[in-house]
Write a protein that binds this ligand. Sequence first.
Ligand code: ASP
Length: 334
Amino acid sequence: MKKVCIIYTGGTIGMKRTENGYSPVKGFLKGALEEVKELHYPGVPKFDLIEYDPLLDSSNIAVEEWMKIAKDIYRLYDEYDGFVVLHGTDTMAYTASALSFSLQGLDKPVVLTGSQIPLEEIRSDALDNIVTSIIIAGEGKVPEVCLYFNNYLFRGNRVMKVSSDEKGAFESPNYPELAESGIHIRYRKRNIKKFGDELKFYEIKPKNVIVLKLVPGFSYRTFAKVLGPDVDAVIFEGFGAGNLPNNKSGLDEFLKVAEEYNTNILICTQCQRGTTILGEYETSSELKRAGAISCYDMTTEAIIAKLYYLLSQGYTGKSLKMEMEKSIVGEVNV
Ligand code: ASP
């Protein structure tokens, strides 16, 4: 009999309406899952549920919670065939990305899921998301950190939350799905990869990273003011293929201040699909010359998690650029 460990961190899935809006309720989900008939059918893996305390809305989840989840999976790894992490949808893509860097060399699934409508409400998407995630985790065919939602299994570090009110809350714009759940669960074998031979845990520490989204009319001088000795990196979300205006003043000054503070500069694209190509247009060539790091087709969520991970391992400057610009766990296509 297959055995799955469910780590329940919070999120809409187990929330109830309170006078201050939806909020997670201690003990509720465990009782509710015991009543779900599908989870007791023959062939469905047995599961243990670890409920975190406090249960969190995922807006309150950050590096400390990522590490708690990663350490629990690492500690319990040999006892289960797979893991399901129940998580709020708002920051699930960040947690999925972070876990993919923190737990490298997996040979069993770690599946994140949640729901847009709480389990106890009518028309909830929670039940299918939980039941199918448990089955996928037990079947053990995907040795990756992945995210199951609304009939699709995606690579965890390729997803973004694209909708706050549709059941299809997640998309993986630059990498195809790992599986599709219809009458059967169809795994797309060629999209599934194993990264590393042996499970290794890597610590991720909090870092100071700022994402600057360019808008027409922004000022490099204002941007320069956010730089300082505590800022580890700045990510420009550029236009199109990673372009920035080069016909206005202030860029040289910005780069000078960044150099003084040793700030790592990265560039990604504001577009959901496609990639960053520094130097393709004149409007990105100055940053290319200045040694900016290209994020290619990574999601902002994956960039943040990868940066925190690499900075935590001591990478900076040229070595950071080298690691950022290659795939570690399938997060980027260079
Ligand atoms: N605010 C909730 C959370 O991220 C939303 C959800 O779970 O869908 O925890």
